[in-house]
Design a protein around this ligand. Structure first.
Ligand SMILES: C[C@](O)(CO)[C@H](O)COP(=O)(O)OP(=O)(O)OC[C@H]1O[C@@H](n2ccc(N)nc2=O)[C@H](O)[C@@H]1O
Ligand SMILES: Nc1ncnc2c1ncn2[C@@H]1O[C@H](COP(=O)(O)OP(=O)(O)OP(=O)(O)O)[C@@H](O)[C@H]1O
Length: 275
């Protein structure tokens, strides 16, 4: 059997409202989630459970038992040797760990292992990453409502290289009972999306900014580079900008890298790659 290769696309919270808090301390979310044309890659082969990590962000990500690739494989009862190509910065608000776990589960499903229940226990974003298509995400991530396809829009992702631990960002929030997302209309163009997003928020952005001020510089630089819309994703520190042309996005990414930041030009909601 040839190796099973699964893409683990970066997750973007285009809008992220925090609407309450459960008794166990977890926060209730209401988020428009979409996926990008960049991500990690997971390669699986039948064999004893093992993990090797390569790629630009491999240094700094331990291969230990608590790596989400191994936790996902154990949850599915799958035996596989796994190679993770880590292209996304770690702990950066674009769901790398959840995307990897979901890719392992998809890969194991292709090798005959049933999808296990309770995947949200691996990480709040695992359920939405399983399909990696646009969705509204509610609850603490376990309620996923698929949305019609979004237009393919030029996108730049930027991370200033500061780690912002998710629990710290939730803890730094002022208000935890914010209004839900407005209804999501049919979004057929960049103009539609930018104007709908203008009426929404990332409720974690002010808290993350207070912990990591460079996020503010990234947002300013994205707007100055011609982004039609810019915002932080998840609990940060990665921010995204939406552009009206692929050329403008590429030029912006090149300029943003001059700050010493990780910056990549890609697409929002890319057309699926042929398998
Ligand atoms: C903020 C988001 O990126 C939005 O997509 C995700 O909800 C975070 O997902 P994640 O990184 O997979 O987070 P988890 O590993 O599940 O949780 C990390 C920590 O963040 C806090 N946390 C997380 C999710 C949530 N809905 N409420 C929380 O308060 C909790 O302290 C939790 O222990
Ligand atoms: N395969 C993995 N990739 C990335 N992080 C992992 C992985 N396995 C375990 N982790 C741990 O999970 C933590 C969160 O990493 P991740 O990249 O998923 O965060 P994130 O991008 O902030 O996610 P989110 O957008 O869901 O908040 C890291 O601190 C890391 O040590």
């Amino acid at each position: 059997m040839p190796p099973v290769i699964e893409a683990a696309p970066a997750k973007l919270n285009l809008a992220l409202h925090v609407t309450g808090r459960r008794a166990d301390g977890y926060h209730l979310l209401d988020s428009l989630v979409a996926f990008a044309g960049v991500g990690d890659v997971v390669t699986l082969e039948p064999g004893p459970l093992s993990l090797r990590i390569e790629g630009p962000f491999a240094p700094g990500l331990p291969v230990g038992d608590d790596n989400l690739c191994l936790r996902a494989a154990r949850l599915a009862g799958g035996k596989a040797s796994i190679i993770l190509t880590k292209n996304l910065p770690v702990a950066s608000g674009i769901g790398g760990g959840s995307a990897d776990a979901a890719a392992v589960l998809r890969g194991l499903a292709r090798m005959g292992h049933a999808l296990p229940p309770g995947t949200e226990r691996l990480g709040a974003d695992v359920p939405v990453c399983l399909t990696s298509t646009p969705a509204r995400m509610q609850g603490v991530g376990e309620i996923v409502t698929p949305l019609p396809p979004l237009p393919t829009i030029p996108l730049v992702l930027v991370n200033p290289g500061v780690a912002v631990p998710t629990p710290q960002v939730f803890a730094a929030m002022d208000r935890r009972d914010n209004p839900a997302l407005p209804p999501v209309p049919h979004l057929a163009s960049l103009a539609d999306l930018a104007s709908w997003l203008a009426g929404t928020r990332n409720d974690l952005e002010p808290a993350a900014l207070s912990i990591a001020p460079p996020i503010g510089q990234v947002l300013d630089a994205l707007r100055a580079s011609g982004a039609a819309f810019a915002r932080m994703s998840g609990s940060g520190a990665t921010c995204f900008g939406l552009y009206d042309s692929a050329g403008r996005a590429r030029i912006a990414a090149t300029a943003l890298k001059q700050h010493g930041w990780w910056a990549v030009a890609t697409e929002l909601a890319p057309l699926p790659a042929p398998r």
